[in-house]
Write a protein that binds this ligand. Structure first.
Ligand SMILES: [Zn+2]
Length: 293
């Protein structure tokens, strides 16, 4: 299985012939409008969406910087290309472009089986949120109520959850739950995950009012459920964050528990190298509980 930390990779050097590079870049930019290009570069903060390196390099202060970024197609125009588009229309639209450094452009085009359309769209969205949150957080101080702070919580990696105790501390006294899963291959896995997430939601709603003995029993039960998921090749990940809500003129800070069930190979593709994963909350997730308090 191919597994590398998608967002924390060292910078790879790839041998690519200059001819291939020039041809590639020329065909990429030919039909993309100036406006689309400007918006893409602006939203990407002049950084590669995968490795986040700056895409302009200055060697000498008297020179114009060199541009080392490519506007890359997510679905390609030609049927021979990676992630071929069903129809060639709109391949040059903003939605179908991602800004990458030249190394990562080569990498994603050489491995379309790993860098699928969904993964690239998620990567792009995550990157644009990161750019926005970075800019906002440099303006706002450490105010825990600031929108930037709440946004940056959404960007925190998801930690692997292997025990009932860990899971209970994630969901306890949560105001909102965001659950997600993806690529479930068979019906029995779908049923297993559905009943597991339902159980979590039910327990999350009542955990705060239970005495310690009952909580310990729930932890043991959830521990068994986690083992059952793992025996089916499904891994559990979670994160606790805050979200700001406007309730009339008031702003409220709500605890959000995000729980993801990921097949082992999907988890490996999102692995950051330390056992945690970065998964965009909007991809394959659904929010099942509105604020209850
Ligand atoms: Zn890069």
């Amino acid at each position: 299985m191919i597994s590398w930390p998608l967002y924390a990779r060292p910078a790879f050097e790839w041998a690519v012939s200059p001819v291939e590079r020039v041809a590639d870049t020329a065909s990429n930019t030919m039909a993309i409008s100036q406006r689309v290009r400007k918006v893409l570069w602006a939203r990407s903060g002049n950084r590669c969406a995968l490795c986040r390196r700056s895409l302009t390099l200055t060697v000498d202060s008297t020179d114009l910087p060199s541009v080392i970024g490519d506007e890359c197609h997510i679905r390609s125009r030609t049927t021979r290309g990676p992630r071929a588009a069903e129809s060639p229309e709109d391949v040059d639209s903003l939605d179908n472009l991602i800004l990458l450094c030249k190394n990562d452009h080569k990498l994603v085009d050489d491995h379309p089986e790993l860098f699928t359309e969904d993964i690239l769209l998620a990567t792009k969205l995550l990157h644009e949120i990161w750019v926005q949150a970075s800019l906002e957080s440099s303006r706002s101080n450490d105010d825990p109520m600031s929108p930037a702070r709440a946004k940056s919580d959404e960007l925190k990696p998801l930690e692997r959850v292997i025990s009932g105790n860990q899971l209970v501390s994630l969901i306890r006294e949560g105001h909102m739950y965001s659950f997600g899963n993806c690529d479930l291959k068979d019906k029995s896995a779908v049923e297993l995950v559905a009943s597991f997430l339902q159980l979590l939601q039910d327990y999350g709603d009542i955990l705060g009012g239970l005495d310690v003995g009952k909580v310990v029993r729930i932890e043991a039960q959830l521990g068994e459920e986690i083992k059952q998921l793992e025996s089916q090749g499904l891994h559990l990940y979670g994160r606790r964050g805050v979200r700001l809500m406007k309730l009339g003129d008031q702003r409220a800070q709500l605890n959000v528990a995000s729980i993801f069930v990921l097949p082992q190979d999907t988890a490996a593709a999102f692995d950051r190298g330390d056992g945690s994963v970065l998964v965009l909350p909007r991809i394959g997730s659904r929010q099942v509980t509105e604020p209850s308090a």
